[in-house]
Design a protein around this ligand. Structure first.
Ligand code: AVJ
Length: 323
């Protein structure tokens, strides 16, 4: 029954051209050079990310899944959610553990995934609609950094932000984001957040520099996106994939390091960028968390931590917080 599935496209018509242009112009004309990680995820980038989640070195997806498998029934009892909102839902694979528990608990009426990828949303929405015959699926194509769109969902609402995507934000951005979320939620709503934890640096670096080279391909894919979308002429093979642990900020940084001096032209921006030999373009930060500081940040952003669960190896945390 397709009428249970709606897909609301709230992205401005020029979202990709204007946001990508502004991001690339800002990121490539400042030092150090940076690009926001959201531009990894075209069709190929999303496929590569799916492969990353299955790599032996990339533990976060499996660790979070372990926690969800064990805790989903408790989460259903604690939240009694009528709506599950999921930010950056992608393929919605882990979400099924929550949907199963919340439908078994009898409270869930609606699943509201939100993502910038219309194709991923449509595909995931159809599959979930098919497998959960009593559920309304209200998918929204939007950028959660600028447009949250949680207005008229029935409560209590559970807002899930999984996969440690929060790690892509620096501390200031995280607190601002929590503040936006806590203002958008009501008293009986809850936040379910997945956060990767600080651990041995070699384990962390290997998770972002796998032996099979999938993460290197994923990293370089952003240059293919720029070539295609902005008429740029980056040579992805002229850059090395680098993952470094930044101990001061407790984060893994992915970078593309110019193997030799080179010039890239970004035709649609009328921009020429010179890279010195060995110069880095930072493409992602992936912050790792500790319970104390994460709790303090949430509090600053208007949330009180209610539950903190980890996998048996304490690699990853899943937490429930209330506004
Ligand atoms: C999807 C942002 C959580 O930071 O671990 C995986 C993305 N980058 N390998 C992460 C990613 C390189 C991932 N997040």
């Amino acid at each position: 029954n397709e009428s249970r599935l709606t897909l609301d496209d709230r992205l401005p018509a020029d979202y990709f051209s204007s946001t990508l242009r502004a991001d690339v112009l800002r990121g490539l004309t400042t030092t150090p050079r940076t690009l926001p990680p959201k531009w990894f995820y075209d069709k190929r980038g999303s496929d590569l990310f799916e492969q990353i989640t299955r790599l032996p070195e990339y533990y976060p997806t499996r660790a979070e899944q372990e926690i969800l498998t064990r805790r989903a029934p408790e989460i259903a009892t604690l939240t009694r959610a009528a709506t599950l909102i999921e930010l950056g839902s992608g393929s919605s694979r882990k979400t099924r553990l929550l949907l199963d528990a919340l439908t078994a608990g009898g409270t869930l009426r609606r699943y509201a995934p939100l993502d910038v990828s219309a194709s991923a949303l449509a595909e995931a929405g159809r599959a979930i609609c098919r497998d959960y015959p009593d559920l309304e699926v209200a998918a929204t194509v939007a950028d959660f950094e600028t447009d949250l769109a949680l207005s008229d969902e029935p409560g209590p609402r559970l807002l899930a932000f999984l996969g440690s995507t929060i790690g892509n934000f620096d501390a200031d951005q995280r607190i601002a984001f929590y503040r936006t979320l806590s203002r958008a939620l009501s008293g009986d709503d809850m936040l379910l957040l997945g956060a990767d934890l600080v651990k041995d640096r070699d384990v962390l670096v290997r998770a972002y520099d796998d032996a099979a080279g999938v993460t290197a391909e994923f990293n370089k894919n952003v240059l293919h996106v720029l070539n295609r979308e902005l008429g740029a002429d980056f040579d992805p093979d002229a850059f090395d994939h680098v993952a470094v642990w930044n101990a001061d900020f407790e984060r893994v940084e992915m970078r593309l390091r110019a193997r030799a001096a080179q010039t890239a032209k970004i035709r649609d921006l009328d921009l020429t960028v010179d890279f010195a030999p060995g110069e880095d373009l930072r493409t992602e930060i992936s912050c790792k968390f500790r319970r104390e500081t994460l709790t303090a940040e949430l509090r600053e952003g208007g949330f009180t931590l209610r539950h903190w669960w980890t996998d048996p190896a304490t690699r990853f945390a899943l937490l429930l917080a209330v506004p």
